[in-house]
Design a protein around this ligand. Structure first.
Ligand code: FES
Length: 106
């Protein structure tokens, strides 16, 4: 019996020329960001929610972070991990590239 995976297309890779890139997924704001990588590894990407887990503010890119303007929680731009509130995290999903499209597999 084969496993069924759902694939959600986020957008064409060629439509994005800089990251973080703001996108809507299921009508919710997100950012496509460059994921951490080691030397020599191909660039990978994450899809990070733009909705702050504290009280729903809209985070915005600032230097190497995503910053919530409501109470200034700050999150790593590559992983969504909070940098000033231990244990907090923006929802983060790895993206894959298939046929020139950013996709999320569930
Ligand atoms: S809602 Fe984002 S820090 Fe409070």
């Amino acid at each position: 019996m084969s496993e069924q995976h759902s694939v959600k297309i986020i957008g064409s890779v060629n439509d994005f020329d800089a990251f973080p890139a703001h996108v809507k997924v299921d009508n919710e704001p997100h950012y496509i960001v460059e994921a951490p990588r080691k030397d020599g590894e191909p660039q990978r990407y994450n899809l990070i929610s733009a909705i702050c887990p504290h009280a729903g503010g809209m985070v915005r890119p600032h230097l190497n972070e995503l910053v919530c303007p409501l109470h200034y929680w700050c999150f790593d731009l590559a992983t969504g991990e909070a940098t000033n509130i231990p244990g907090e995290q923006l929802a983060c999903t790895p993206l894959e590239i298939e046929d020139g499209q950013f996709v999320v597999k569930a």
